[in-house]
Design a protein around this ligand. Structure first.
Ligand SMILES: NC(=O)c1ccc[n+]([C@@H]2O[C@H](COP(=O)([O-])OP(=O)(O)OC[C@H]3O[C@@H](n4cnc5c(N)ncnc54)[C@H](O)[C@@H]3O)[C@@H](O)[C@H]2O)c1
Length: 363
């Protein structure tokens, strides 16, 4: 048996590494996609100073969880006004990076609905045109800078689409922990838990192997140790750097395995109960750990390296960790009755991500 790991993203990590944008975009025209606070934080001015006249277009009104209702206008304006630019730089959390991934996929008609139609068909397609993507995360969470996926929400229709093409792998990822210093406490927690969920979901996954485990185990150990301390001291550069690296490692792990049951459940919790992504995909982790345990000897070995070999203690550790960050861990805490929770778990197991879960396979 041969284990494989593939990630094509040219990945750069370090305090101040955003400055690399200048040399990376020499002789190119560039569009910037960023989050609303980036202007008042001085980030847009800083990027403008780095890029000078190369920067020809800015999208700075990206809202959390990119939704078709806003994306349609953003997409069509982008292709009308900046269709000629060479590179799109996303500087922001997963919402800005995923928005940029949607923008770079050009349809023949230039309409967003053509893209949605292609996504709804669920079939692979080659876009009529596309752009180079550089991603610089400003949250330590989604790992979107080293994955090809973008989540596009349609809250009005209670749906979500997953965009995934060869061209939606970022060409370059710049992970500069300095950009994360301004992330508020609640977002620091929810994004950090998203990263923890990525790492655990890549372990209890039918696509896991010792290479993805290497990234996942290291990420989990760092997050369990570091996130509560960062919560107490948001301006600590060392803790910000460790969480940035942990989120990157978690991203690398699930870039090869994809996510699993906790994420499949999270989509329901976000669409129907309005939970932020990081909380929605982490509050079930103790429960999913219990469903994973004992399903596969190799997976148990990895889980036991992290949590020891007593399941109840392992679950208590994870539950205690989440509670210490003020995250509640039961469905009833979020207004979901036990029977609705059971139905949701069964439904989530049949979703595309749920089928990656080792417990679903063995069920
Ligand atoms: N593509 C993937 O592989 C992947 C993985 C996980 C999640 N996601 C998606 O990512 C999105 C969530 O991304 P997120 O958790 O990073 O949050 P986000 O991008 O929505 O940002 C959360 C909030 O923090 C603000 N913010 C971001 N960076 C900041 C900074 N440096 N300083 C101050 N404020 C800042 C944003 O404006 C926003 O209000 C969801 O849509 C989710 O579906 C994608």
């Amino acid at each position: 048996m041969t284990d494989r790991f593939h990630n094509p993203v040219d990945t750069r990590f370090g305090w101040g590494s955003l400055a690399q944008l200048a040399e990376l975009t020499e002789h190119q025209t560039v569009a910037l996609v960023t989050f609303p606070e980036a202007r008042s934080l001085g980030l847009v001015d800083r990027i403008q100073a780095l890029l000078g006249e190369r920067l020809v277009y800015i999208v700075d009104d990206v809202q959390p969880n990119p939704d078709v209702a806003q994306l349609r206008g953003t997409y069509e304006r982008f292709w009308q006004q900046a269709g000629e630019c060479h590179t799109v730089i996303a500087v922001g959390g997963g919402s800005a990076i995923d928005t940029a991934k949607a923008l770079i996929v050009g349809t023949a008609s230039g309409t967003f609905d053509e893209l949605l139609g292609l996504l709804a068909s669920g079939k692979p397609f080659v876009p009529a045109r596309s752009k180079v993507l550089i991603a610089a995360p400003t949250t330590a969470g989604t790992g979107s800078e080293v994955t090809p996926w973008a989540t596009i929400w349609d809250c009005a229709s209670l749906k979500k689409y997953s965009l995934h093409l060869e061209c939606t792998w970022p060409t370059v990822a710049i992970i500069d922990p300095q950009l994360m210093l301004t992330v508020p406490g609640s977002v620091t927690i929810s994004t950090g838990l998203d990263a923890l969920s990525h790492a655990l979901e890549s372990v209890w996954n039918i696509n896991a192997n010792p290479i993805s485990d290497t990234f996942a185990i290291s990420a989990i150990e760092d997050i369990l140790e570091c996130l509560p301390r960062l919560h107490q001291n948001l301006s600590d550069p060392q803790l910000r750097s460790r969480m940035a690296l942990a989120a990157l490692k978690a991203g690398l792990a699930f870039s090869n395995t994809k996510t699993a049951l906790a994420h499949s459940i999270s989509y329901e919790m976000t669409l129907h109960y309005g939970l932020p992504h990081g909380i929605a995909c982490s509050f079930t982790l103790p429960l999913v750990l219990g469903l994973a345990w004992g399903r596969d000897a190799a997976r148990d070995q990895t889980l036991q390296r992290i949590f020891g070999n007593d399941l109840l203690q392992a679950q208590a550790k994870l539950r205690g960790f989440l509670h210490s960050l003020q995250v509640k861990t039961e469905f009833t805490d979020y207004g979901v009755s036990p029977s609705n929770a059971e139905a949701m778990i069964q439904f989530a197991m049949q979703g595309a991500r749920g089928k990656n879960f080792i417990g679903t396979q063995a069920a």
